[in-house]
Design a protein around this ligand. Structure first.
Ligand code: SAH
Length: 394
């Protein structure tokens, strides 16, 4: 096994069990590891620090796996981590929910591996060369634990580029997943297109938040912005909303949302779907004097990195300001940010700023976060990305 030596002043994060070592922190590599190999990380005195995946194509040159020198990182180690993650999801899966994230990369001690369950099908993202090499072991263990009908590679191209990996969405095991896989979440049925849908097909990270928002929906006029295939919309309709309007720019998302309404036998006559840019549509509602009781704002990631934060903060502020202006007094704004670079404190400031500009008063009545199948590892705060606020707006 190759040894990689860390620079003298770069030990702190490793000792605190942060799983990333940037290429700039490496003093020298003794030998010629192949990308994806497991290497030993040593401090400048030559003492063992950790085992990790090596990749000289990535800014994160080492992804650390194990800090105990006496624990071999072998096939059994990988299987044990896969099994621990899968077994930890037992709490989420029940008669009403058969979709969740089974493995969440660094947070589940498997850097670069994401596995989502869609009923009997699995969608995986393979984002590091280390995991790519170990996929035969991962697939065997997933089959042993879950006996899925298919395992489909849904790796995100841009994340793989950082590791110098090519992208090929292929069936890894079993048959090609059908164009529509029906899954259940909190008793609601969704049609998922694993191969064509966004991300790996569904945003299961909003499971709890959809339920919480819907608890307020009875009798209310709801606007679901960035609706995708209708997560918030369907929950609100089921919980007795007076009407729901969904807005998304994706034609496929809107089409699937309509299918989902009929799959769940919900009342399509009180629903309208608008395929449009949300910013434009909100301004059109404002010009028309339209008002709502509950507005959901669940935009895509505006800040891909810390350097984009200022710009993103202005975009979040503007979106939320217009949202607030469209609410009846005492109405609810359920607003989210999935930008890891924006933390909850920042997000509250953005909302305070939006409220001032809108001339509104805002109470934060609930703080949303990511659910338990998207754990945040204490030594890896970067894994925390989803946050939201339920605001009462006067
Ligand atoms: N709320 C959804 C997930 C939202 S994901 C759920 O519960 O499942 C973000 C969505 O925003 C995607 O569906 C994407 O198509 C849409 N989107 C991105 N930019 C947009 C824009 N400017 N206007 C409208 N929709 C947009």
């Amino acid at each position: 096994m190759t040894d990689v030596v860390l620079k003298k002043d770069k030990e702190k994060a490793v000792n605190q069990r942060h799983p990333w070592v940037f290429s700039g922190a490496i003093d020298r590599v003794k030998g010629k590891p192949v990308n994806g190999d497991i290497v030993r990380l040593l401090n400048h005195k030559g003492d063992f620090m950790a085992f990790g995946f090596y990749n000289d194509q990535s800014r994160v040159a080492l992804r650390l796996l194990e800090w105990d020198e006496n624990t071999a990182v072998n096939e059994d180690w990988i299987k044990q981590k896969v099994a621990a993650a899968v077994n930890a999801r037992a709490n989420i899966l029940n008669a009403g929910t058969d979709t969740c994230r089974l493995i969440f990369s660094e947070a589940d001690y498997l850097p670069g591996l994401i596995v989502d369950k869609y009923a009997d099908h699995l969608a995986v993202q393979i984002l590091t060369s280390g995991i790519e090499k170990l996929m035969p072991v991962v697939i065997d263990e997933l089959r042993r634990l879950l006996n899925p009908l298919s395992i489909f590679d849904k790796s995100d191209a841009s994340s793989r580029q950082h590791e110098g990996l090519e992208t090929d969405n292929v069936v890894l095991w079993g048959d090609e997943p059908p164009a529509s896989v029906e899954v259940k979440e909190n008793g609601i049925v969704y049609s998922i297109n694993i191969a064509e849908g966004q991300k790996s097909g569904f945003y299961c990270d909003q499971r709890d938040n959809r339920r919480i928002v819907a608890e307020h929906a009875a009798g209310k006029k709801v606007l679901d912005c960035f609706s995708y295939t209708g997560g918030f919309t369907l929950n609100a309709l089921r919980n007795g909303a007076a009407s729901v309007t969904s807005v998304d720019s994706s034609a496929l998302a809107i089409e699937t949302l309509k299918q989902n309404i009929s799959l769940n036998k919900l009342d399509a006559s009180i629903h309208s779907a608008i395929q449009s840019d949300v910013n434009k549509q909100l301004r059109a509602f404002k010009d028309a004097g339209e008002k709502f009781d509950i507005i959901v704002l669940d935009p895509p990631k505006y800040a891909p990195s810390r350097s984009a934060l200022d710009r993103a903060a202005r975009a979040y502020k503007d979106l939320n300001r217009v949202g607030m202006l469209l609410l009846n007094s005492g109405g609810l704004l359920a607003t989210f940010s999935c930008s890891g670079a924006m933390d909850m404190e920042n997000f509250k400031q953005v909302l305070a700023w939006a409220a001032l500009d809108a001339g509104k008063q805002v109470q934060f009545i609930h703080q949303f976060c990511q659910p338990e199948d998207h754990p945040v590892r204490s030594s890896f705060p970067e894994g925390e990305y989803l946050k939201g606020l339920l605001c009462r707006v006067f």
